[in-house]
Design a protein around this ligand. Structure first.
Ligand code: IVH
Length: 675
């Protein structure tokens, strides 16, 4: 079949679905039986899976529920709605607590008080109250900008429309979760995949009368922008919420110490099935608002909170075979091909075995019966083997010492842990290993990289097999004539592809860095580096002038990342790629959005230990006030801050250059703080 025909068939199905949706949701007059509806939906999914050129904004894969977001006005949140980082084990919690203690420069005996709140799996919403009146309600959206769903939220009984209590702040965004109770979901479960979908679908109805038909609930747990709130702790805030007329989670607790968090976690996990709403973990928040403020945020999530996820759903299956996958960074990952099984609504047929040591430790063999776990978005993995069910045909797996590309693999020595890595790697020889090269190209075009429309993983595979691409720059020098003659391609689709590729020749510096696929440099790190170095020229100069240590100034970049960048530049192919790309692309300089804080344009350097505040926090305080930190005493330095036991050499150098030398309290006075 040719592409046009397939697309026509696909668009027709989408159109049919839109019509069915309209009759079902808007007019409440279903045209077909549910099975038929589901059938069309799954046909659309399988077409999209098979042909990745198929695209439609109206595809059910693009949206939860029915209403397109266009129908709601978009409004910026005054304070962004953040997400939470996840913890899965006691160890993760211990690390979370350690990081906080280090950041706050407390000693290890410092007891942190937490508000432990069961994490409801619903849809978050932000409700603006001014002078006690509910005036606007927004969905989370992308965290920065939400949809105005005020009218729909007004239909929810748990949301007070007017609050006449004296201490209710004059201006506040109350935030919480909209959800549907499990019993209520029972009544409508044929129409939605799960309670969360039902809540989302209902909230996004165009007609509030339709929202009203599905009994939604609201539980409040935090706030965004506020004026006039005199509360100092999260548990106090939760208490106040109930006085103001909001519902809060009856299972919220105030706790201290990881051991108590763990006990509470197990207790609530046991009760999970008895509760009338879905919870998928426990959120821990530092109780004290002053400490929360000091801790601030990293990227999109606060340093002061974490979501401790419940262990996911498990299932039993059989290992049919073990494959070796090679990742972008050369890591060889053993993947078990298993008898497909349904875990929590998702069909799982692959499960990771992590690495060689794991296979040995768990004694995993081909044909074994195993327990497979799937936790949230994390890749399913094999938890354990049921040795009692082991049969004669079970076969030991010998981990290959060679990469499928033919190279000998290595286990790296970790200087910090003084141990060899558990992971076996194909050494980075630029793009010599075809497996790695393919993965690196996929990374190059990925969403946070070049994100070329219509040029996804499958096209990379396809073009690789046809020898159309080997290195990133090949993407910009494609043989379009050849592509046009390929099965499934035509004049128009090639034109579209060319347009999409040319469009991405203008690229931001941060995307450029990310797309290079340097180990340990994910999108957040790429952003940090771009912000500091500003242009791709200075990025290249890092290696020319051996100025890698400059990167140590960046909060979040450490030795591991710097070593990895150094290694990257050591490789000739990598240098050649950057060189070529610089010629082809217009890499936009990173623009700093200076907020004009008190320390604007001022540079600082720290020497010695500060009192009651960690280096990380000092750095974050300086940056919050628009100042920056540098690591060398040079003419560029404005202030040298000295703590206990400073390095004398630095002080001498600063004196020589007439740089202002200040102590901790003088520095804190500069930012209007007392210390
Ligand atoms: S606090 C920065 N508290 O979890 C603080 N969130 O991944 C973030 N959630 O979008 C919100 N129960 O939908 C908070 N007690 C609770 C919560 C909770 C559920 C959801 C919420 C948010 C997501 C964060």
């Amino acid at each position: 079949m040719d592409k046009i025909k397939i697309n026509k068939e696909y668009q027709k199905k989408i159109k049919d679905l839109i019509k069915l949706n309209k009759y079902y949701y808007e007019l409440s007059k279903p045209l077909v039986e549910d099975q038929e509806y589901d059938q069309i939906k799954s046909e659309i999914f399988s077409l999209e899976k098979k042909y990745n050129f198929l695209k439609s904004e109206d595809s059910p894969s693009k949206k939860v529920g029915y209403r397109p977001s266009k129908t709601f006005k978009k409004v910026f949140h005054k304070v962004s709605m953040l997400s939470l980082s996840n913890a899965f084990s006691e160890e993760d919690l211990i690390n979370f607590e350690k990081k906080i203690i280090n950041f706050l420069d407390k000693d290890s005996s410092f007891e942190i008080e937490y508000s432990a709140e069961p994490k409801i799996d619903g849809i978050s919403a932000s409700l603006t109250y001014q002078k006690g009146k509910f005036i606007m309600g927004l969905s989370r959206g992308d965290g920065k900008e939400g949809e105005d769903i005020t009218q729909n939220l007004k239909t929810i009984n748990d949301i007070p429309k007017e609050i006449l209590i004296k201490d209710f702040p004059t201006d506040i965004d109350i935030r919480g979760e909209v959800f549907i109770g499990n019993k209520d979901f029972e009544k409508i479960k044929d129409k939605f995949a799960n309670p969360r979908n039902a809540a989302s679908g209902s909230l996004r109805q165009k007609n509030p009368n339709d929202t009203k038909k599905i009994p939604l609930k609201f539980i409040a747990y935090t706030f965004g922008h506020e004026k006039g709130m005199k509360v100092k702790k999260q548990n106090e805030y939760l208490q106040r919420l109930t006085e103001w007329g909001f519902k809060t989670n009856p299972l919220n607790k105030t706790l201290k110490g990881v051991q108590n968090l763990m006990n509470n976690y197990y207790e609530i996990e046991k009760k999970r099935n008895e509760i009338d709403f879905d919870i998928d973990g426990i959120v821990y928040k530092i109780n004290d608002f002053d400490l929360q403020k000091r801790l601030g945020n990293v990227a999109n999530s606060p340093r002061w909170a974490i979501a401790h996820k419940f262990s996911a759903n498990k299932g039993i299956s059989k290992i049919l075979n073990i494959d070796i996958q090679v990742g972008r960074t050369g890591a060889l990952t053993p993947v078990a091909k298993i008898n497909p099984l349904n875990i929590g609504g998702v069909v799982v047929s692959n499960a990771t075995l992590h690495n060689e040591d794991e296979i040995i430790r768990k004694d995993i063999r081909i044909n074994d019966t195993v327990v497979v776990e799937r936790a949230g978005d994390v890749i399913p993995h094999v938890v354990s083997v049921d040795v009692k069910k082991r049969k004669k045909e079970s076969k030991k797996f010998f981990f290959p010492k060679k990469c499928p590309c033919g190279y000998e693999t290595i286990k790296e020595y970790n200087k910090i842990t003084k141990k060899f890595d558990a992971v076996r790697r194909c050494p980075d020889r630029g793009f010599d290993c075809d497996r790695m090269a393919k993965e690196r190209l996929k990374h190059f075009v990925s969403k946070e990289g070049f994100n070329i429309d219509g040029f996804g993983k499958k096209i990379v595979e396809n073009f690789w097999d046809l020898k159309l691409v080997r290195l990133p720059q090949d993407i910009f020098n494609l043989n379009y004539k050849k592509i046009e003659s390929l099965d499934g391609w035509g004049k128009q689709s090639v034109l579209n592809l060319k347009y999409a590729i040319d469009d991405k020749k203008n690229i931001s510096f941060e995307r450029f860095i990310y797309s290079l696929g340097i180990r340990h440099i994910g999108f957040e790190n790429a952003k940090l580096i771009a912000k500091t170095l500003k242009s791709s020229e200075s990025f290249v100069n890092l290696s020319k002038d051996d100025k890698f240590d400059d990167l140590l100034n960046i909060d979040g970049i450490g030795e591991t990342q710097i070593n990895s960048i150094k290694n990257f530049f050591k490789n000739k192919t990598n240098l050649n790629i950057i060189n070529n790309l610089q010629k082809i692309l217009n890499i936009k300089k990173a623009i700093e959005n200076k907020k004009g804080g008190i320390l604007s344009n001022k540079t600082f350097m720290l020497t010695g230990k500060l009192n009651g505040i960690s280096r990380a926090e000092a750095k974050s305080l300086i940056e919050k006030n628009s100042g920056s930190i540098i690591s060398n005493v040079s003419k560029k330095l404005d202030y040298l801050i000295i703590g206990e036991k400073p390095t004398n050499r630095k002080i001498e150098a600063a004196k020589e250059l007439n740089i202002k030398i200040i102590n901790q309290s003088e520095w804190l006075r500069l930012i209007n703080k007392t210390g």
